[in-house]
Design a protein around this ligand. Structure first.
Ligand SMILES: Nc1ncnc2c1ncn2[C@@H]1O[C@H](COP(=O)(O)OP(=O)(O)OP(=O)(O)O)[C@@H](O)[C@H]1O
Length: 228
């Protein structure tokens, strides 16, 4: 198994609060790793650390063996480590077309059609401002923007948050296709069947530490039924 990302002894937090207390995490290349846990467990914080938007207070992070602990979020994104946070991942005042064009132009391309093929619904809304899209459409646009950047690694926070089961199911199906194409995926979510079904490896976080790591099938039902 080749290792994409390895977080060792990660401590991170906000102000005086430490959220991650020495977390170790190994993300296999080309697989889907799910970070699960109750609200406040530290899932989003872990993704922020991987994306570089939140600095490590101690510990280290490697990407394909190279230490990137101090690499900026922008440099990580340019190198193919794309973060789709749970909100504000689109430019609300720009149209759907402009949101997509910004990304392709940043990598010297012009073609936004792969995004529209992946999410045909966006095709019908190209001229609409992103701020007026539905929650599901906004998530699609955020994912489409990440897709156009041709990521090597996709970090996705709470894919299904606030969405109907049908739309959430569509997005998980899309993510499965992306993973089958060889992209490494790290997903933070609640204990949903969608997340467990997609994951190759699961980390259960509890108060900033890992309480379980392994195959999703090994997750004891009592663990997966933990209240949120
Ligand atoms: N910007 C912030 N400033 C201060 N505290 C924060 C900030 N963001 C998160 N926290 C705190 O850090 C802890 C972990 O939050 P985090 O968002 O990582 O949890 P999570 O597992 O993703 O939860 P959820 O499922 O509710 O999104 C929580 O106690 C939260 O209140």
């Amino acid at each position: 198994m080749s290792v994409e990302l390895a977080l060792t002894g990660a401590r991170a937090g906000y102000g005086t609060i430490e959220v991650l207390h020495g977390l170790d995490l190994t993300v296999p290349a080309g697989k889907v790793t799910a970070l699960l846990g109750v609200n406040g467990a530290g899932k989003s914080t872990t993704l922020r650390v991987l994306a570089g938007v939140l600095p490590l207070r101690s510990g280290s992070l490697t990407w394909q063996g190279r230490t990137i602990t101090r690499m900026s979020a922008l440099e990580r994104a340019r190198s193919g480590l794309m973060f789709v946070p749970d909100e504000r991942a689109v430019f609300a005042t720009l149209t759907v077309r402009e949101n997509l064009q910004v990304v392709v132009e940043a990598i010297g391309q012009r073609d936004i059609s792969p995004a529209l093929e992946a999410f045909p619904r966006l095709h019908e809304r190209l001229g609409q401002r992103a701020g007026t899209l539905s929650g599901g459409e906004r998530r699609m646009l955020a994912l489409a923007r990440a897709l156009l950047a041709r990521p090597r690694v996709l970090l996705v926070d709470e894919l299904s948050l606030g969405l109907s089961p049908k739309v959430a199911g569509e997005l998980f199906t899309w993510l499965a296709t992306v993973a089958l194409g060889g992209t490494t995926v790290v997903l933070a979510d609640q204990y949903t069947n969608d997340a467990l079904g997609l994951a190759d490896i699961v980390y259960v976080l509890h108060r900033g530490e890992c309480s379980f790591v392994g195959d999703p099938a090994e997750l004891h039902p009592a663990v997966s039924a933990e209240p949120v």
